[in-house]
Design a protein around this ligand. Structure first.
Ligand code: ATP
Length: 332
């Protein structure tokens, strides 16, 4: 490997910066030239490149977001667009690429390996933790702690006023964040896209809780919950707002809804995110130096390793039913 490019793609996630830093500094340590690519695959097509030195990644380890900026790029979905990217990399003498991003970005990595001689490796970074072959994606710990902080604060006001609160968190297709923070935050009910539920199950649980003397009820709901019994278009697509109305209507209880939104994507990465990002970044460079390509760096059973990209993007992770049932038992 002579010249390595780094980019971040798709939705940003806290911990992308420590990953960028680790990739750049490990490569420089091995005397590999490093090129930063701004705005993800768009930057490859538009040749938005700059030379990276060790100082280029100074003072970013503690910052949320991504110093390389991120983008979603329609043009990269076409062969023509991707050929422009390959040509630009060839002109620059780039033979290897590390892509830090989620599921869509890894599809892009797979295409690069299939269609060009460039060796591309992926590092999983998305707060959704929705990839196969890895127990962990960079950003999820910071996002969980942000949500938990919000739950704790909402709990204070919920208790003071004996209210029911519906908290909507991120997770378009995956209920991982809702499940884990629901367990950690002691939510009375956790609603995720992977598990069907009826409105009665939710309202019964709330009423039973208050009858037992509970001072509040917290319902955690992932943004991707479909709630087929209600027309979400009247609620701006928000299942949280819909559930809030439904609970109010069926129980007569005062119910408030908080949609956490994009604050879940920001913030200084936690120690766990920084440590895993640093280890994954270094591992990506090691694997490229050893001649590997078309792989994603993963975290399984407490160790950093790798898997084929094809295996990582094959299907979304299933929800852990043991944890779901545990959360239900503990919040009774
Ligand atoms: P997040 O999980 O946070 O949404 P992501 O990486 O999945 O992150 P996407 O918007 O799905 O985000 O993908 C990022 C970019 O990857 C797309 O804008 C596109 O440029 C590229 N990409 C996605 N799918 C493909 C594909 N099948 N082939 C080539 N490139 C792709």
């Amino acid at each position: 490997m002579k010249k390595l490019a780094i980019l971040t793609s798709g939705g940003d996630a806290p911990g992308m910066n420590p990953a960028i830093r680790a990739v750049a500094r490990t490569a420089i340590f091995y005397n590999v030239e490093v090129v930063g690519v701004r705005y993800g695959f768009k930057g490859l097509i538009e040749k938005d490149f700059f030379e990276m030195k060790r100082s280029s990644v100074a003072d970013i380890i503690q910052r949320g977001g991504t110093a390389l900026f991120s983008a979603r790029c329609e043009e990269f979905l076409s062969r023509e667009g991707r050929e422009k990217a390959y040509q630009n990399m060839r002109e620059e003498g780039i033979d290897s690429l590390v892509v830090i991003g989620g599921d869509g970005s890894l599809h892009g990595v797979q295409k690069i390996n299939q269609e060009s001689e460039i060796s591309a490796v992926g590092i999983p970074a998305t707060i959704d933790n929705d990839l196969s072959c890895t127990d962990y994606t960079i950003g999820v710990d910071t996002a969980m702690n942000t949500i938990l902080d919000a739950i704790n604060k909402i709990r204070d006001t919920a208790t003071s006023h004996e209210r029911t609160f519906v908290i909507e968190c991120m997770g378009r297709d995956s209920g991982y964040l809702a499940l884990m923070t629901g367990l950690a935050g002691g939510a009375e009910f956790i609603l995720v896209p992977e598990i069907d539920f009826t409105p009665q199950e939710v309202t019964n649980r709330i009423v039973q809780g208050f009858n037992k003397g509970k001072l509040h009820s917290l319902i955690l709901i992932a943004e991707g919950v479909k709630a087929p019994f209600v027309d979400l278009s009247g609620y701006n697509g928000s299942p949280g707002l819909a559930m809030g109305d439904l609970i109010r209507e069926k129980t007569g209880m005062e119910t408030r809804v908080t949609i956490l939104g994009h604050l879940q994507r920001g913030g200084s990465p936690t120690a766990t995110d920084r440590i895993i990002a640093s280890r994954m970044g270094a591992k990506a460079v090691d694997m490229l130096i050893e001649g590997h390509r078309d792989i994603m760096i993963n975290y399984k059973d407490n160790s950093i390793g790798s898997c084929k990209i094809a295996d990582a993007i094959v299907e979304a992770q299933q929800i852990d039913m043991d944890i779901y049932n545990l959360a239900s038992i503990l919040s009774m």
